[in-house]
Design a protein. Structure first.
Lengths: 488, 491
């Protein structure tokens, strides 16, 4: 039995029955990291000692018999944009290379309380800006299915880690596809919850209006377990929502989808989509229909504006969110001494930020400038309302939408790195969910030339239980999600 | 042209620190930054650490609502926060959370009285909440560290502020001064600001322009920032008006700019430089949803509105019959006004005599010894008792002043002091007559002089009697007796 390849559900049962210990499970994951991460490079920081200590504590808890949660003793990794006490949190940026937070993000403390075991911090595109994990200031992460390909981004390290058994699950963060897109590229399940469902306190903000923390797992069931542990109102995040957290797995028992109304947005199957990807997704739709779902075409007419809205609001908010990295209180400060404050700003930020980050800060600063604010930021917010209305109209007649995650499978490292616009377009099917305020689950639905293909199940705001049960029914009757790369 | 041919136009922005236990967007305590160790009241939120998020302090919102209501503003049903973006080391997030499009309060007014007794209505354009910045301490080269350096204290970072923006309705420096005074008084009444200018809890900004008298269009204005005393407000405004007139008289035009006030040199200084040419790039704060303020909440806050200075003044003059000057002095200090009312209640009679003692003798003693009202040992009840003793003729007016001084020092009851020191007034004619006779027979030369026409010696004889009785003689009785006895000698 490869312990590192277990689902949470299975591992939790083994832990509770005493067949395995958290220390053994954690050690198996650490061993796996030692064995494969030199090739994949998913982790920025591995906290081996702390992980084994937490595992020991989890074993004591398991022996005591409580309080237990489905995550007690489960080793996991986290995208390096979530604040972790005493463990450096870099956002894969030079400017935070040596920044060690003194507090835990709310989701991290909730997982600590649940008894989960943190094994390390995962690579990402710098500050979440990118779709390939190539924009990390440290190194590019490789796709476990094909080392010459990207894992997707920005939560590329998290998806690659889960796919290759370097953590039973991961916490990622999705601003415009950053969980779903790498999940799809790496053949794992990724959930972008509704904005506000999971508190953001302690998440190093990229776009405060869009950022959603969510799980990357092997299947929908595991995603439901993690979501159940991290969701719910947090008084420290005023944008978190007070809607009670349901028992997500309680509605995920069926293999049938009778009476479930699914919509296929025509705009998501427009030209530009790889035929192999389209084929896999259409096959999956037929499968869902066979499970009893009613499928119909719907239209989300403002989809074409999603990318523009997304990048305008993103760059604007990011330019402000990244202003605090000024070399005064923490992180990189250049040079050590002897310059005035303006020069310190210029040198620190000039050296600390990568080219994509600088590009977006400049774009955002421009979009917010006097004289341009109305034309750009304000107009983007207005069009965003139209995008939300699109989804609202669709969800009047369907329960969930089915669409591809990405128009292509994982592309080659270096392929789009010099063409930012082409890189932005790889997000075309995932970005709308964030400004649109909906939730979306990405599940593996096939392979094309040996690379995983992903499908999105998009649900209405706070509709996580619905998309998870559609995903669970699909996975109960398919085995794409059980395929593992680099298996012995 | 002379100064009188120009009309002065002044608008003011007042930054007032709200008086909450914790900061605007985090749980850190608000400490006295002139006393507390630097950087002891800081957390990830007000320190601007990555990932930390703001949470609105409800009490600060309610205090802002109180001010809005007191300034006759409309409280907006939905109020939102915005980011004001700029780089400065004392601004940890690289932006200040403020309000831009939907401030909490808009469209109000207050009436102020100018020194010439006039009444002017000043419009309040808006009042909005924001967080304070940290404080920088600059040290020049040559110190212990060699080169020049700056230290930052984040204790003040995130302290709640209310910015009150007036319409340009003030047409004299006196009106601006009166407006500033009035706002300070109202804020203190509401308990939302100590009014302690030395601690920097109130800062003024004056927007000054001039225009030819009789014209409507506003002249180009200059903004004088960071005026931290009334003296600075008055001097800077006067200087700036004179400067603008001089510029215009010389055929020039006033340039719109931000100015600082150099207290030492007594001049305004242009702050126009690369660092200050800001485009703040305001946009809605995405970490804070708009606040909804319903009617019920506004009513709840309105219930907490205390009686405001104008209403109290009107009542003191109308109901208690105080002279205007006494009423004004009492109203200026809410605590003193309450003290007066307690004393008046205890006294029961014509409160005007009580107010005279408080505004006169008691205030004199407090000033002399630098004692604040909270520390005064004379209770309102005991000052009322003292006035009663005077009314009843039990003590003379001059003794009563000594009694009050003793009360002030010891906190003892006036009756006890009077009794212990034998200060009961001598009204007994028989006894006073004997003393008067003694005084006249002891000073035959003065008696001759008086009879010879130096009538002013009557007061001198009076003084001698007072001296003999240690001030306890009933003055009217003594005067009558002396007159009678001297006239008798004339015959
Ligand atoms: Zn704080």
């Amino acid at each position: 039995m490869d312990l590192h390849a277990l689902t949470i559900r299975k591992a939790s049962a083994l832990l509770r029955s005493g067949e395995i210990t958290s220390v053994a499970l954690t050690q198996a994951v650490l061993d796996r990291i030692a064995a494969v991460d030199p090739a994949i490079k998913a982790y920025v920081t591995v906290c081996e000692d702390a992980a084994l200590q937490e595992a020991t504590a989890a074993d004591a808890r398991l022996q005591r018999g409580g309080p237990l949660t489905p995550l007690t003793g489960i080793p996991y990794g986290v995208k390096d944009c979530l604040s972790t006490t005493g463990v450096r949190t870099t956002c894969s940026s030079r400017i935070l290379e040596n920044y060690v937070p003194r507090y835990d993000a709310t989701v991290i403390s909730r997982l600590r309380e649940a008894g989960a075991v943190l094994v390390g911090k995962q690579n990402m595109d710098e500050f979440g800006m990118g779709s390939s994990c190539e924009n990390s200031a440290f190194f590019a992460t490789r796709n476990p299915w094909a080392f010459d390909r990207v894992p997707g981004g920005s939560s590329g390290g998290s998806a690659a880690a889960v796919a290759s058994g370097m953590g039973l699950f991961a916490l990622g963060e999705d601003t415009g596809g950053s969980i779903r897109m790498p999940a799809s590229f790496c053949g794992v399940t990724g959930l972008k919850p509704t904005y506000g469902r999971v508190p953001r306190y302690g998440l190093l903000a990229l776009v405060s209006s869009f950022d959603s923390i969510g799980p990357l797992t092997h299947d929908a069931w595991d995603a439901a377990l993690v979501l159940g542990a991290i969701a719910g109102r947090d008084p420290r995040d005023s944008t978190s929502v007070g809607v009670p957290v349901p028992g997500y797995t309680s509605t995920m028992t069926g293999e049938r989808l009778d009476g479930v109304r699914l919509g296929v947005p025509i705009e998501y199957f427009a030209k530009g989509i790889d035929p192999a990807v389209e084929c896999a997704v259409r096959t999956a739709i037929t499968h869902l229909e066979a499970l009893g779902a009613e499928v119909r075409e719907v239209s989300l007419p403002h989809t074409e504006h999603a990318i523009s809205i997304y990048y305008l609001i993103l760059t604007a908010e990011a330019s402000s969110n990244l202003a605090r990295f000024d070399g005064v209180r923490f992180g990189l400060s250049e040079p050590p001494e002897g310059v005035d404050i303006v020069e310190r700003y210029l040198k620190t930020r000039g050296k600390g930020f990568g080219p994509e980050v600088k590009r977006r800060i400049m774009l955002g600063t421009f979009a917010l400038s006097a004289g341009y604010y109305d034309a750009y930021y304000l107009r983007a917010q207005r069009v965003r309302t139209l995008l939300r209305q699109d989804f609202a109209h669709a969800f009047e007649v369907v329960d969930a939408l089915i669409a591809p995650v990405s128009p292509t499978c994982a592309f080659k490292i270096g392929e789009k790195v010099d063409d930012p616009l082409q890189m932005y377009l790889s997000d075309i099917h995932v970005v709308a969910a964030n400004p649109g305020g909906v939730c979306s689950l990405a599940v593996p639905c096939g392979f094309a030339e040996g690379l995983p293909v992903g499908m999105q199940i998009i649900g209405p705001p706070m509709g996580e239980a619905g998309v998870l049960s559609v995903g669970a029914a699909y996975q109960a009757t398919t085995d794409w999600h059980t395929r593992r790369p680099m298996a012995e | 042209m002379a100064e009188t041919e120009y009309e002065i136009v002044i608008g003011m922005e007042i930054h007032a620190e709200l008086r909450t236990a914790s900061k605007m967007f985090c749980g850190c305590p608000v400490v006295d930054t002139t006393v507390a160790e630097p950087n002891t009241a800081v957390c990830p939120v007000c320190g601007g650490l990555p990932g930390a998020m703001p949470v609105v302090n409800k009490l600060a919102v309610e205090q802002a609502m109180l001010v809005g209501l007191a300034l006759n503003c409309q409280i907006n049903a939905s109020t939102s926060f915005a980011r004001k973006n700029y780089f400065y080391p004392d601004l940890p997030k690289g932006y200040q959370i403020s309000q831009y499009d939907d401030p909490i309060a808009t469209n109000g007014w207050i009436d102020v009285q100018t020194e010439d007794g006039g009444n002017v209505r000043i419009g309040i354009r808006r009042a909005h909440m924001e967080e304070d910045t940290a404080k920088s301490f600059h040290y020049s080269a040559g110190g212990a560290r060699g080169g020049a350096y700056t230290l930052i204290d984040f204790n003040r970072s995130g302290v709640p502020l209310l910015e009150i923006v007036s319409e340009p309705d003030m047409h004299s420096v006196a009106a601006a001064y009166a407006y500033g005074t009035k706002i300070r008084e109202i804020l203190r009444y509401l308990g939302v600001n100590s009014g302690d200018m030395e601690k920097g809890v109130l800062r003024f900004e004056a927007n000054v322009s001039i225009r030819p008298r009789g014209t409507e269009a506003l002249g180009t204005r200059t903004e004088i920032k960071n005026l931290n005393s009334f003296r600075a407000l008055v001097r800077a405004s006067e200087y700036e008006i004179a400067r603008q007139i001089e510029v215009v008289e010389a055929g020039g035009t006033v340039v719109q700019e931000t100015l600082g006030w150099d207290e030492a040199r007594g001049v305004t200084v242009s702050q126009r430089s690369k660092e200050h040419a800001h485009d703040y790039r305001y946009f809605p704060e995405p970490d804070l949803p708009p606040l909804t303020i319903d009617g019920a909440w506004i009513e709840e806050v309105r219930q907490a509105l205390p009686e405001l200075p104008d209403a109290k003044y009107a009542r003191f003059v109308g109901v208690y019959g105080l002279v205007e000057n006494d009423a004004r002095i009492l109203v200026e200090d809410q605590a003193l006004a309450s003290y007066f009312e307690a004393a008046a209640r205890s006294y029961g009679g014509n409160a005007a005599s009580v107010s005279k003692w408080i505004v006169g003798e008691l205030a004199y003693l407090m000033n002399r010894d630098g004692v604040a009202l909270e520390a005064v040992r004379v209770t309102p009840e005991s000052i009322a008792s003292l006035v009663k003793l005077v009314d009843a003729g039990t003590v003379s007016l001059s003794s009563a002043k000594d009694v009050l001084a003793t009360m002030f020092e010891t906190g003892r009851a006036p009756e006890v002091i009077v009794k212990d020191n034998g200060l009961v007034q001598i009204s007994d004619e028989e006894a006073l007559s004997q003393i008067a006779d003694q005084v006249l027979s002891d000073h035959p030369d003065e008696v001759v002089a008086f009879l010879g026409g130096r009538e002013s010696l009557l007061q001198w004889f009076m003084g001698q009697v007072m001296r003999a009785t240690r001030g306890r003689a009933q003055p009217q009785t003594v005067l009558g007796l002396l007159r009678g006895k001297l006239e008798a000698r004339r015959r």
